[in-house]
Each structure stands twice: as structure tokens, then as C-alpha cells.
Write a protein that binds this ligand. Sequence first.
Ligand SMILES: Nc1ncnc2c1ncn2[C@@H]1O[C@H](COP(=O)(O)OP(=O)(O)OP(=O)(O)O)[C@@H](O)[C@H]1O
Ligand SMILES: [Mg+2]
Length: 263
Amino acid sequence: MASSDEKSNSPIIRFEDVHKRFGPLVVLDGLTLDVFADQTTVVIGPSGVGKSVLLKHIVGLLRPDSGRIYFHESRIDTLGERAFEPIRKRIGFLFQLGALFDSMNVYDNVAFPLRRQGGRSEPQIRDIVHEKLAVVGMDGGENKMPADLSGGQRKRVALARAIAMNPEVILYDEPTTGLDPIRADVINELILKLKEELNVTGVVVTHDMASAFKVADQIVMLFNGQIVARGSADQLRSCPDERVQRFIQGRADSEELKALNRI
Ligand SMILES: Nc1ncnc2c1ncn2[C@@H]1O[C@H](COP(=O)(O)OP(=O)(O)OP(=O)(O)O)[C@@H](O)[C@H]1O
Ligand SMILES: [Mg+2]
């Protein structure tokens, strides 16, 4: 049996020299990245740099123009839609926007992927929905409509839905954005809990450096279509790269300040 160290060293997801452009806009420009099993990898980088695009490649919502993407040892970027379905079932996705179906109550939102998959009775689905809502601290809220929830509660319900199918991997796109620091920390604790108790591999995209430092085993910075820095929270804090330091500290550069003066 592999030791836990060996296990952590094997990438569960691998991007190799991935290129993606939309018309003239180059978004991924030879991106290479390893996401390790049972760890949380945090992807940071400025708005519009391609963080959500990166996540969408992992579940085949977007396909690369060139390069290779692997899940475990299997190449997935070349799979057809039908062949991708079993992979998608193993990966939960907490979307950046519009995470819940507004016309369905909390219960039906969490039950949705289970019903769509089929093969389970309603009592079995009910048990799973209650269990997942309890994991995120939202049990008792089954009958509420999304419009009646706070931003933090909505994120927690969306997370319950993302874990309904017991995924090996969860992709979190800006899980704490728009939340106050306390509610954001509840989400951080949930990310840690899912990793520690259920061995979930996480990929977290965020601008929130407090969240990044708290949940990350590995932080990578995406810039100009490539990973320009990679390391633990401490390694990133002491990284000499000016782009990394400006991002971590939230400092605008002289060009950005000049643009402000033109307003
Ligand atoms: N399907 C698409 N068609 C055309 N352009 C797209 C598409 N998806 C993303 N883009 C463009 O690709 C770039 C990267 O988008 P992406 O959503 O990945 O940014 P991001 O890093 O997630 O930004 P943010 O932090 O603001 O969420 C943007 O310029 C965006 O407009
Ligand atoms: Mg995004």
C-alpha cells in the first residue's frame, strides 16, 4: 500500500502545456499544473486571468486548443461528452455565480444531482440530503427558498449539493467572495473539514488571501496564461516575484495608478 506521503505526491489532476484562446484573447498559454490527491490547491490571480476557465477544463465544460489534461492517469481532454460523464460524477463544482436553482427549495436543490443520476429511492435521497445539509450546518433549512437565504447560507447549500455525490474532488470557484469575514471563515472551515474528514481533494480559486493562506496546502499564481509561482503559504509570502507580492498585498502598480488618474 502507498504511504500517505507517496499518495500526496501523485497528481490526481494534471495540466500539461495547455493552451486556450477565445478569438484573439489568449487565456491559457502553455499552462502546466499538478493538483495533488488529498490536498487543497489554491489558485490565485487577477480578475479575468483565466481562473474560472482553468476550473471548467477539469470538468470538460471547456476543452483546450492544445495540450493535455489528465485525471488520475487517464487523459480526459480528448474524451467525448458521454465518456466525460463518469468523470464529472467524481468531481463536485461550486460555481462562482448562480449556484442554486432559485425556483427550487433547499431540499430539492441538494436532491437534484441524486435524482438526475437515478438508481436511488426517495427515502435514500432524503437521508443523503439531510446528511449533507448537516455537514454544512444547514439542516432544518430544507423548505427555505434560495431567495430567503443569506449569501453565506446560499454558499453552504451549494456546497451541500456539490458533495451530494461524494466527489473525490471539489472545485470551489470564489467560495468566500461577497461574504463577511465570519461567514467566509465558516466556508474555510468546511473546506478544511471536507479534506480532513472525507479526504476530498480541493481546488480553490480565490482573491481572498486570508482564505488562501488558511486552506491551502499548495498555492499557485496564474498570470499571463501560466503558473508563475507555486508553493506553500509561507513560500508564497516570501516569494521575491514582484507580481506575487503585489497581488498578496493588494498593491496597484504605477500603470494601474496612472489609469486611475485619467478618470
Ligand atoms: N466562453 C467564453 N467565451 C469567450 N471568452 C471567455 C469565455 N470564458 C471566459 N472568457 C474570457 O476569458 C478570460 C478569463 O475568464 P475567467 O472567467 O476565467 O477569469 P477569472 O480569472 O475567473 O476572473 P474573475 O476573478 O473575475 O472571476 C476573460 O477575459 C473572459 O472574458
Ligand atoms: Mg472567475
